[in-house]
Design a protein around this ligand. Structure first.
Ligand code: NAD
Ligand code: DEZ
Length: 392
């Protein structure tokens, strides 16, 4: 029997085989050294700092984070104690992509700019960025991608389909991306030279942006210098923003929300589809299975994304109506703005509570749209296909 300590916000733990595993859950922010006594496996989310001090007297053999980002894990400390580690790469990539698409369609103007051939600038081309590039290209949009780490590893990309499988024909510079009409951040957070992402969008980058552009951050709060952003948003020609992540969460400077050009503000929930969270739980279980810590494979866990209702409208209206059958981004914006009306001392706890009590949101990808024998406009067909919706 192994003992697993898990963040209480992981989903689907009750679905895992229990024949050789006992699972105990606690709030992620509270996990401390004493909680690790007798624990073999620790499963966290982004709010637990897994430091040398936390693990040094433990008997842990595996630490997993049910997240894409892993800057909260001291991997050197784990290695030094022979503790193996895994994140959940890609588990929530589609959830974030659907968040970005929902923001673009909800705001309409950026969607229409992209439809007219103005470029989408993507910063960071990992699991999220590369899926977004694929979807954007299927929509027929022009995409510019900045990821100097990948560029330096993989070199120039040749040929129409590139060598990286995402149809990135060439890498762009940061300046090229900052000149795009819509810019979306999907870089991991780190301070490693020569291309740190911490405060990547600071005063200098913000000086390149203006009110004809949109800046989306669904990566990590500190990828943007939030104080520099606040000053920029108070200036004469502020960029339009969609922010899902905040510097210093859950104790952030919420005065950013006073800005009229902060068009959508959410509580770090871009990756919070139920499918994404369950996928992350499965990935961590598969990791301990592969290490022989448990021996019961997961049975079939599928269920299908289900059938959609018929949709009226074309183009952006069609896209928004499709997305809203699974996800309404405005609801998350409203819930978050309510939180900021709480007295200051209650806001951090409110931020966590909002995330803990997040509704069960399904993804659109994999759903079926009934055609009922009718025709579908070619632009709508293109949108449905790019979203991974099959026409039945
Ligand atoms: N808001 C959310 O709910 C949510 C959900 C998922 C992921 N995230 C965040 O988004 C990040 C991206 O997710 P992912 O799954 O694609 O991660 P990933 O690790 O697959 O990709 C990160 C990419 O960023 C690139 N990168 C690193 N530094 C860069 C820099 N200075 N400039 C440009 N690119 C840089 C890397 O080379 C890599 O290709 C995660 O690290 C996480 O912090 C947030
Ligand atoms: O890195 C990630 O995967 C995401 O930011 C994820 O949504 C974080 O969720 P949390 O661990 O904070 O619940």
């Amino acid at each position: 029997m192994i003992n697993v300590l898990a963040d209480e916000n992981m989903v689907g733990l009750e679905r895992l085989p229990r024949d050789r595993m006992h699972i105990q859950t606690i709030p992620g922010r509270r996990i401390a050294t004493a909680d690790l006594e007798g624990i073999d496996v620790l499963w966290v989310r982004s709010v637990t700092q897994v430091s040398k001090a936390l693990v040094q007297d433990s008997q842990l053999s595996f630490v997993g984070t049910a997240t894409a980002g892993f800057e909260h894990i001291d991997q050197e400390a784990l290695k030094a104690r022979g503790i193996s580690f895994s994140a959940a790469p890609g588990a929530n990539a589609n959830s974030v992509v659907e968040y970005v698409l929902a923001a673009l369609a909800e705001l309409r103007e950026p969607w229409e700019c992209l439809e007219r051939g103005e470029p989408l600038g993507v910063v960071g081309c990992g699991a999220v960025g590369s899926l977004l590039v694929t979807v954007a290209k299927s929509l027929g949009w022009v995409v510019k991608v900045y990821d100097p780490w990948r560029e330096s590893r993989e070199g120039a990309v040749e040929g129409e389909n590139g060598q990286n499988g995402e149809n990135v024909e060439s890498w762009a510079s940061l300046d090229d991306v900052l000149a795009c009409r819509v810019i979306t951040l999907h870089c991991s957070l780190h301070k490693e030279e020569p291309w740190p992402s911490h405060h990547l969008i600071g005063k200098a980058a913000l000086a390149c942006l203006n009110s004809s552009q949109w800046l989306i951050n669904a990566a990590r709060g500190p990828a943007i210098d939030n104080q520099a952003l606040l000053e920029h948003l108070r200036g004469p020609d502020p960029v339009n923003c969609v922010l899902d992540v905040w510097e210093g969460e859950p104790d952030s400077d919420w005065t950013l929300l006073d800005s009229p050009t902060l068009k959508i503000a959410t509580a770090h929930i871009a990756g919070y589809s139920w499918d994404a969270k369950w996928q992350a739980t499965k990935m961590l279980y598969e990791q301990i299975l592969a290490r022989g810590l448990v021996d019961t494979p997961l049975g079939s866990t599928g269920g299908g994304a289900g059938e959609l209702l018929p949709v009226q409208g074309r183009g952006c209206d069609f896209a928004l109506a499709l997305l809203q059958q699974r996800y309404t981004i405005r609801t998350d914006d409203e819930l978050f703005r309510d939180l900021v009306r709480l007295p200051l001392p209650e806001r951090a706890a409110g931020f966590d509570a909002l995330r803990r009590g997040y509704r069960k949101r399904a993804e659109l990808r994999g759903s079926q749209l009934p055609m009922s024998g009718g025709e579908i406009a070619s632009e709508n067909r293109r949108i449905a296909q790019a979203f991974g919706v099959s026409l039945v």
